[in-house]
Design a binder for this molecule. Structure first.
Ligand SMILES: [Zn+2]
Length: 88
């Protein structure tokens, strides 16, 4: 009989992995965010970029993610175009 990991075991494992990742990222210099976090900040960040303002403290994380993630960088670029177009 197959005795693999139960789904509870899997969840516990995931939990531990997430916690390890969180601990690891706490030690890095910049607080890193994932794509979902970036998306939730993107509208605000795009406006800052479209206006050419300095990046405020709360959006520095978005700025860091933009540098790391080509996918989000592209999405942001498209949104910045739209936002700056709407302002013209
Ligand atoms: Zn991303």
């Amino acid at each position: 009989m197959y005795s693999g990991l139960s789904s509870e075991d899997m969840m516990r494992l995931r939990d531990e992995q997430v916690r390890t990742l969180l601990n690891a990222s706490r030690e890095t210099r910049d607080v890193e965010i994932d794509c979902d976090d970036f998306l939730s900040l993107m509208a605000e960040y795009a406006e800052v970029r479209a206006e050419g303002r300095a990046v405020p403290e709360g959006l520095e994380k978005a700025c860091a993610h933009e540098r790391l993630c080509p996918t989000c960088r592209e999405e942001l670029a498209a949104l910045v175009e739209i936002v700056s177009g709407a302002r013209r």
